[in-house]
Ligand binder design. Structure first.
Ligand code: NI
Length: 293
């Protein structure tokens, strides 16, 4: 259409000048805008032609990645809208939770925990939090949010001392103090104990059993607190975890929270589903130590 319009302009020029000045019957030179318009028209026709030729190619030729669609290259075809990056959907779990793993976080809650809870909510994921009495008392609202969201809240002592260096009364006191803080914030009783550093002995086992609690250790240690490198945390968690694993992390470090989305996606990519400890091990035995299911 554009070329036709230009042709008319040019033709009008010839006809127009022919009558009045036959001696110098040169057509008026088209203006720059007209030239541009004409070029655009020609290019458009080329694109259409190239596209038509491309469309006529046999499908096996078109499907060869070496054969480029000229229309696409020339911007004739509108690029398809990239679908919005979806958050990973939970992997399917059977009633026995046979592909489940527990992601667990110790020592909080602290400032980074707030962001972690949002990530878990967005990823439709449940986790477990082993809280110290002090942090539980400082952040009762966060504990309440955890409880409402369906996360498991466990006991991580008052002072974070190695329990294998304490006598029975001291161990019992450590457990009671943190249990009290958890109960005050959530109204629920903790049934899981994670002794700091995983340091335990028969005294710890007996004290836990007497309180009706099971002991949760881990079989995958990300060492997140040591390297504070999100990709290392993600890498260790996702490569070492297998169905039934308990993964250890710490929500007091922002770098750990930075890794969590990657951990969840990586586990799901392996067909594993991160869950709360109460889901992985629904009926723990008091006094028993679990490193995995
Ligand atoms: Ni700890």
């Amino acid at each position: 259409m554009r070329r036709a319009a230009l042709a008319t302009v040019v033709l009008t020029g010839i006809v127009g000048t022919a009558g009045t000045a036959p001696a110098a019957a040169l057509p008026a030179a088209p203006g720059a805008a007209q030239v541009q318009e004409s070029v655009a028209g020609i290019q458009s026709d080329m694109r259409a032609g190239a596209q038509a030729a491309y469309s006529q190619l046999p499908s096996h030729v078109r499907n060869n990645p070496a054969v480029k669609n000229p229309a696409k290259q020339l911007g004739l075809v509108k690029p398809k809208k990239q679908p919005k990056k979806k958050t990973s959907k939970p992997a399917k779990t059977d009633p026995n939770c046979s592909n489940c793993v527990a992601i667990t976080f110790d020592d909080g809650p602290a400032a980074p925990t707030k962001r972690l809870l949002k990530i878990l909510e967005r990823k439709d994921t449940h986790a477990s939090f082993f809280v110290t009495a002090g942090n539980a008392k400082r952040n009762p609202q966060m504990l309440k949010s955890m409880e409402r969201a369906g996360h498991t809240i466990g006991n991580h002592s008052i002072t974070h001392r190695r329990m294998d260096t304490l006598d029975y009364g001291q161990v019992a006191g450590e457990i009671e103090g943190a249990n009290k803080a958890i109960k005050a914030a959530t109204g629920q009783s903790a049934r899981w104990l994670r002794p700091p550093y995983g340091a335990m002995n028969d005294t710890v086992t007996k004290a836990a059993r007497d309180k009706g609690m099971a002991i949760a250790l881990w079989d995958v240690d990300t060492l997140d607190w040591k390297h504070k490198n999100p990709s290392t945390t993600c890498n260790v968690a996702t490569t070492q975890a297998s169905a039934g694993s308990i993964i250890l992390m710490h929500d007091i470090h922002a770098q750990t929270v930075d890794a969590v989305e990657c951990v969840i996606d990586g586990l799901r990519a392996k067909g594993l589903e991160p869950v709360a400890l109460d889901r992985l091990l629904a009926t723990p035995h008091p006094g028993k130590t679990y490193t995995r299911r």
